[in-house]
Design a protein around this ligand. Sequence first.
Ligand SMILES: [Fe+2]
Ligand SMILES: [Fe+2]
Length: 395
Amino acid sequence: MNILIYGGSFDPPHAGHFALLAAALREAPVDRAYILPSARPAHKRLPWASFEERARMLRAGLAKRLAGPALKKTRVSFYEKTRRGPVYTYQALAHFRRLHPGARFYLLIGGDQYAAFKTWKKYRRVLSQATLVVGARRGDGSRRASGASGSPALRAGGAARAAKAGAIWLKGVFPAISSSELRLAFLRGEKTAGKIPAAVLSRIQRRGLYGLAWLQRQRRRLDAGRFAHVIQVSRLAGSLAERYGADREKAAAAALLHDAGRSLTPPRMIAYARRHKIKAPLKEQIIARCPILLHAYVGAHMAETEMGVSDPEILSAIRRHSLGDLRMSGLDKIIFVADAASEDRAFAGAARLRKIAFQNIDRAMRETVKMKLAYVKSQGGWIHPLGKKLWRKIR
Ligand SMILES: [Fe+2]
Ligand SMILES: [Fe+2]
């Protein structure tokens, strides 16, 4: 009995996963294939798909993508769900060896994973118990280990060892699609054309996974200009997160939701803030003098209660995006600045502010606060004492 094991987060499963598996089933001797979605990391509070949801997406994609006989051999395994904490490949192998004594094992991986194989826990044991089945990915520098064309990283030893164990290289090159890029695209309402099988995509859309439910809510409840703004803020915030090493998905999520409170008119914002006892600095003064400032605090409450956002960093960034605060996290600053400097902002200086944002986020903070204060002054508006304090602190 020849058993193929294919592990991954499959969050979401995409065309690259299915192409790799289909090729392995064609080219490697496989009697049974187990797909092993990993259990969801407990510390992640983003709208990622549950284990069951990912298993369903995998099954939906497999049914469309594999021919009958190949499909019959394939199982989505719940093994990792039953385990507490992370599961290493050598542990999964041990489990399936107990389940199928005497079987030969094959491990399906992408070329990118092959290049990093030596960093895996107990990789020597894995190599002694299973044959690697590898699919080169476009642009990852991995090619067939035979011949001199392997990347330097591969030539440096990992490949030689794997070749000794008799790795099987699948024909052709597989698309280098990244699940995290796909999740970002969903958060921004971008197309994922061709990267996700239709059966999987329609499931994601139907269930509103990966923040699509948030996106749909914002599209429905905000006016067109505000919605376009939110998308631009999400683009800029994502780039800034990348620049400063912050979590890009959290930045995109916070940006998408930051103006959720704008779905209400000021009188309704006031009513909402009273009804839900929303906390805001000097709330009564805000209500009396500039109720629109409530939208950040109201929006954070909406995100938490209506949209199920539980991540405290995302909620904090929504709350602080307008008025700021004396202590702000990296993500808070990114959203604060991105909101002021997004591509849709037409005021003089917006382009300059964007440039500064990429050079030094604290300087961009300072510029943003300065501009906001100057604007309110020029309009003869009320300046919130927190705004003055913040300016004194960072100027
Ligand atoms: Fe806002
Ligand atoms: Fe905004």
